[in-house]
Design a binder for this molecule. Structure first.
Ligand SMILES: *Cc1c(COP(=O)(O)O)cnc(C)c1O
Length: 354
């Protein structure tokens, strides 16, 4: 009686092929945060088999775990260069995305220490103001970077999922100014949504994450991606609650009709945000069951009155093709990204087609 997270790695690979075809130029894969919660190792292997040769992780440890699985592929650490783990980059062929002058200096001295110029990406900031060298400084000091083995000049879009946002154009202009200072260096611009902003946002290497895992890169329009996950949890108990009785902690739900309550083995300790209390739903046999009462640590309660076929031991869908992560994000009070990275921590993982 355990929740199950089914993960369709073939759908992930198909999504990558679709994104690469749309980008019309080399396309990598962002597999940080355990492959957005799907399992970085399994996802990366499937993408490597599909032909992906550039992988982006957040931290050195993530890169080290993937290195043996990805022969011949580049692994870029988006978090940058961490001097305390310097040896890992050279020994395991991890490339930092350098985005700060202290990091650039530390990386340079590590290269001198090992006696060769190690490859790296250079991250320039064009508006995120988070990571990345400030644009004006990168231009002014470009010649100090010329002894590094730079492989790519990258920047990250702030609002790519909103095509009408003027920020996209501004970032493109700023990036063009950065490129002038690094003639001939390949570029990397688009994340998932950036791939759909049109050919001007194309570069030598796209970096999609979310869309690989089925999130909609074009919000407000039909989702062109295949769903990749289904999360189900078992019905532990069914009970008939008479009118006027309440359900769950603090009695936040009162039965206005005789209500059949399905208690399901899943809760906030599994990443189902408590903020969804009274707002969410589950799907059984095509019917939507409203979430009632508080989300508990290990339990959810649903109104199953209109699903008479539901029985103890059946599984309800908490996420899947019938209830996409982008939609669940609405009642979970977050984004599809966070839905993927938080759900499924305690679930049994099954890798097979949906
Ligand atoms: C996470 C990340 C991406 C992937 O973004 P998606 O919106 O998930 O496609 C690309 N580039 C950088 C620098 C990132 O941090």
């Amino acid at each position: 009686m355990r929740a199950r997270l089914t993960i369709d790695t073939e759908a992930v690979a198909a999504n990558w092929r679709m994104l690469a075809a749309t980008h019309g130029a080399p396309t990598g894969a962002v597999v940080k945060a355990d492959g957005y919660g799907l399992g970085a190792a399994v996802v990366a292997r499937a993408l490597h088999a599909a032909g992906c040769r550039h992988f982006f992780v957040g931290q050195v440890e993530e890169g080290l775990a993937l290195r043996p699985l990805l022969p011949g592929a580049a692994i870029v650490v988006l978090g940058g260069f961490c001097a305390a783990e310097a040896g890992a980059y050279s020994a395991h062929a991890l490339m930092p995305a350098l985005g700060e002058w202290g990091e650039v200096a530390a990386f340079g001295s590590h290269c001198r220490h090992v006696g060769r110029a190690l490859p790296a990406f250079l991250h320039v900031d064009t508006g995120m103001n988070r990571l990345g060298l400030p644009l004006a400084e990168a231009r002014a000091r470009a010649d100090t970077l010329h002894d590094l083995d730079l492989r790519c000049l990258m920047t990250h879009l702030v609002s790519s999922e909103a095509p009408e946002d003027g920020m996209n154009e501004l970032q493109l202009q700023r990036f063009a100014a950065a490129r002038e200072a690094f003639p001939g260096l390949p570029t990397s611009i688009a994340n998932s949504s950036g791939i759909f902003l049109g050919p001007r946002f194309a570069s030598d290497l796209a970096r999609p994450g979310a869309a690989l895992y089925g999130l909609n890169p074009t919000p407000g329009q039909p989702n062109p991606m295949r769903p990749t996950v289904r999360l189900t949890a078992p019905v532990l108990q069914l009970r008939d609650v008479p009118v006027g009785e309440t359900v769950g902690y603090n009695a936040t739900f009162t039965a206005a009709r005789a209500t059949r309550v399905a208690t399901v083995g899943y809760g906030y300790a599994d990443g189902y945000h408590r903020s969804a209390s009274g707002r969410g739903w589950a799907v059984f046999d095509g019917a939507r069951l409203p979430l009632i009462g508080r989300v508990s640590m290990d339990l959810l309660t649903f109104d199953a009155t209109d699903a008479p076929a539901l029985a103890v031991g059946d599984e309800v869908e908490l996420l899947g093709p019938a209830l996409p992560p982008d939609e669940a994000a609405g009642f979970l009070g977050t984004s599809g990204y966070e839905v993927l990275t938080s759900l499924g921590a305690r679930a049994a993982r099954i890798y097979r087609p949906l």
